[in-house]
Design a protein around this ligand. Sequence first.
Ligand code: PXP
Length: 238
Amino acid sequence: MAKLGVNIDHVATIRQARGGIEPDPVAAASVAELAGADGITVHLREDRRHIQDRDVMILRSTVQTHLNLEMAATAEMVAIAMKVVPEYVTLVPEKRQELTTEGGLDVAQHSQLLTRQIESLHQAGITVSLFVDPDLEQLKASARVKSDYIEIHTGSYCEATGQAKTAELAKIEAAIKAGRKLGLRVNAGHGLNYRNIRPVLALGGVDEYNIGHSIISRAVLVGLDRAVREMADLVHGS
Ligand code: PXP
């Protein structure tokens, strides 16, 4: 059965809009877990635009499923991860100007740095995932740098329409198969919602889906409990 990791960054986005204390992502994580989330994901961005260091520290002791810390492959972030020791770290590319993560990591280009960082994270007992485009060269490079997981970037599939969408789905399918053949475990995420996830679920072979924006958006209208339950039902039923 596939798992659902709920990304609660945008609960913090709402809090930061007023710079106050509500809504608290720590409370959101507990509600999400009670509603069937299998894991909690947060992205501690270098600019701290949503999740704060305080959130990560508290979540470390309150999350009862598993904590997946998304972060840039920088010395500052690796040092934080070594202090927090989440179950998973997902390394992502990060640009200050972007609205959200754009594109996957260029693992091939940064293989020396990533090899060193993955080794350090492994020594701290942290399982590592690399956020990559569904591209064979990046998958091979991910295996070479000894990542445990890849997370396939589903953004291009989610944004495409018509024939292009079918082509993007085929790339995801090929990447799932290739990743597993290379001995990597495979997660997927970015841009997935209650409709576009169905064809991806039908492919099989994905351990965990990391989903944030669509769940928090639905939660604004129907409540977080229901929004998580509805996505968990889809993912668990696949
Ligand atoms: N996976 C990764 C690596 C991400 O950077 C993000 C966005 O923070 C997500 C999944 C979740 O994407 P979305 O919010 O579009 O569901």
